[in-house]
Design a binder for this molecule. Structure first.
Ligand code: SAH
Length: 219
């Protein structure tokens, strides 16, 4: 006898995807609603496409990875973007995290050092009609000075320390979420909140991200 897991039924697949997120601590209803709307299957191509709804990171072009959905959910929840906020994401990658943020804030700037990733992500944003995302090829370790300051900054690559230019481009009252630590080890996800007197740091959880690399990529 075969058990039908409803793999071909998008509604059931979405229900399982959301259940998995909730069971891993993604509980903010706005974040769950935003993640319900964005089909992760569009952001994973090739041999791993059939694993897009599993709670696992997967390879994408240029030797990078699309993050685990529950980590995307937890980072978005900790960032707590508001509907009027301008958010900067460092590390466009597949574009999935930017697409999730798009539904939660006014505008998303997302940058990656690989042209190919930015162009492929832009094509998906256009296809989905996500017109509030501006993707650029840039070295995100310098931030995006022309558009600064930002209400929220989300870094999806690991830095040894929160990059100074990003701290400087955060508004007072703003929040930055960034994985810190050596790239070949487990890193700590931290939340930095800027007050009028300085920066407060909270440690959130252990994570593993690809490294933040200075300079632009070859492709
Ligand atoms: N947020 C992505 C996953 C990011 S993987 C998603 O939702 O799919 C990390 C990304 O950071 C990679 O694409 C890598 O190219 C990018 N990256 C690393 N260093 C960078 C830098 N200095 N500036 C911009 N992007 C960088």
């Amino acid at each position: 006898m075969t058990v039908d897991h409803g793999d071909d039924d998008p509604a059931e697949r979405t229900m399982r995807f959301l259940f998995q997120l909730r069971s891993r601590g993604v509980t903010d209803p706005r974040v769950l609603a935003a993640m319900e709307k964005i089909d992760r299957g569009l952001f994973v191509r090739g041999q791993f496409a059939d694993r897009a709804y599993e709670d696992t990171p997967l390879p994408i072009p240029c030797g990078q990875t699309i993050s685990q959905p529950s980590v995307v959910g937890l980072m978005t929840q900790s960032l707590n973007p508001g509907p009027r906020d301008t958010v900067l994401e460092i590390g466009t990658g597949s574009g999935y995290q930017a697409a999730v943020l798009s539904g939660l804030c006014r505008r998303v700037y997302t940058v990656d050092r690989h042209k190919r990733l930015v162009h492929e992500a832009e094509a998906i944003f256009r296809h989905l009609g996500l017109h509030n995302i501006i993707a650029q090829v840039a070295d995100g370790s310098r931030g995006l000075p022309d558009q600064a300051p930002f209400d929220r900054i989300l870094v999806t690559a690991a830095a040894e320390d929160p990059p100074g230019p990003l701290l400087a481009q955060l508004k007072i009252g703003g929040i930055m979420v960034v994985p810190v630590g050596q790239s070949d080890a487990v890193q700590t996800l931290i939340r930095v909140t800027r007050s009028d007197t300085g920066f407060d740091y909270d440690e959130l959880r252990q994570v593993r991200f690809v490294p933040l690399v200075e300079g632009l990529g070859q492709t």
